[in-house]
Design a protein around this ligand. Structure first.
Ligand SMILES: [Zn+2]
Length: 162
């Protein structure tokens, strides 16, 4: 699947989340043959669930899969993956992570690369504008989602692991 098409699926989920009053982060897991295995969006607000981020929600919706299904797959996500979602991608051996933007938040990209995952940042203005709008409107909800009291850009020590 073309990476921009995959990201569009993730962005559609993020927009749906925004319309629901939630945190607008979406994801899509696409198999190596182009099949869409799952879609998901952050459900912190909608479900009161702190572990359903875009990517983990997507993995949940994809259901139980044999490990071979993740081989060669791509996780499309509108925002740079946090530590939890970075770990989930590594756990299931997802081969590629395609990211909409990493300007509003920078997650575990360097660690993913270090572990052999292909990481592509598409620098999507649509993804960034949606997150900026949300963070401006609901800064407290956003801070809650990333586990801080005040906004941070990254907790990653890039020098230590790159
Ligand atoms: Zn996450």
């Amino acid at each position: 699947m073309d990476d921009h098409k995959g990201l569009a699926l993730a962005l559609g989920e993020a927009q749906r989340g925004y319309e629901e009053g939630g945190i607008p982060i979406g994801a899509a897991l696409v198999a190596t043959d182009g099949r869409v295995l799952g879609l998901g969006r952050n459900m912190r607000v909608q479900d009161g669930n702190p572990i359903l981020h875009g990517e983990t929600s997507c993995l949940q919706n994809a259901g139980r899969l044999p490990s071979s299904a993740y081989q060669g797959s791509t996780m499309y996500t509108t925002l740079s993956p946090c530590d939890m979602c970075t770990g989930a991608c590594l756990l299931y051996g997802i081969s590629r992570v395609v990211i909409g933007e990493n300007k509003t938040f920078l997650g575990g990209e360097a660690y993913l690369k270090k572990r052999g995952v292909e990481v592509i940042v598409l620098d999507s203005p649509e993804c960034r504008e949606l997150m900026e709008r949300f963070i401006t409107e609901k800064p407290k909800v956003w801070n809650e989602d990333i586990g801080v009291e005040e906004r941070v850009y990254t907790k990653e020590n890039l020098e230590g692991i790159s």
